[in-house]
Design a protein around this ligand. Sequence first.
Ligand code: KG4
Ligand code: ZN
Length: 365
Amino acid sequence: MVQTLTVLGLESSCDDTAAAVVRQQEGAQARILSSVVHGQTDLHSAYGGVVPEIAARAHAEKLDTCVKQALIQANTDLSDMDAIAVTAGPGLIGGVMSGVMCAKGLSAASGLPLIGVNHLAGHALTPRLTDGIAFPYLMLLVSGGHCQYLIAHGPETFTRLGGTIDDAPGEAFDKTARLLGLPQPGGPAVEAEARSGDPQRFRFPRPLLDRPGCDLSFSGLKTALMRMRDQIVAEKGGLTRQDRADLCAGFQQSVVDTLARKTHRAVALYLKEAPDDPVIAVAGGVAANTAIRAALESVCDETGLRFVAPPLALCTDNAAMIAYAGIERFRTGARDGLDLTARPRWPLDQTSPAMLGGGRKGAKA
Ligand code: KG4
Ligand code: ZN
């Protein structure tokens, strides 16, 4: 019998409180009935990063409202749901706990099954929610908190080909903006400056290209940029608009070149799986960057892969991806009980080595 599932999803692992309702008839394209996201940027902006205690408290306050709004906008109530899916990690533990506690309460009160979802699996499965692509596909997650290459084989089976050993690219864009007095979030600001800059004037490093594999590193770019900036200030007493634009262009070109080269390596590994319809999909806020997108599209043209980029609202943190990943897990027969625990770290690929560093937005895996 064809089974239609309707799932409520909850997300609270970083600085967005979100709830959504997603419905999918087996074998058909999933439909997002509602997706509510309450961002916390204002609460953290004065601190230069997400403050875990503030985030956790704000999630606890906002989750109920988000759930109510998501159910109303979907024109449903809890009795229409088949399950409740919730991000159970990785992320800032206080926030993840707020979501898990809320989901447990709803599950206990309604008798609905509970499904714990890995936040990274939510991102990684989004191209199936939006474009219905088949396994196996190559995934590049690039955001303020994540950066990794994955081959998605199934709803819970991922091979991690590599990832950042320090900062995520969005983090590097944000730090660059801060060093140059540009507003946050830094990505769009740096990209805008880079448009009128000369990427050749300053020679930024291309980190880890001399090493084999798909690992990336972005923290050295910030140090290089700081030195260049300080040298100009020492020589000329300050930065001109053109200096700033050239620094942004040089920095961005380094990120673009590094990602393009590493993506070529990831594609080579992925193609060994001989996929029928080879696809590279991206997720994360950095996927909004036009230069990065263009570079990834050229890699696709050169290697014969299809490029899939979900709409930006579904690339960044949201609960529709959690509800959808919950549907995929539910169909595998997975169920969690009220003993579901919140996990600060939860690598998608348990066989790959642990990632380093906590990151400005919590654990990266
Ligand atoms: O996925 P996301 O919304 O949030 C998390 O990381 O959780 O990504 C936000 C990140 C920020 O670091 C922001 O600066 C970066 O994505 N970003 C960009 C651009 N737009 C957003 N980075 C580079 N270029 C952009 N156009
Ligand atoms: Zn995320």
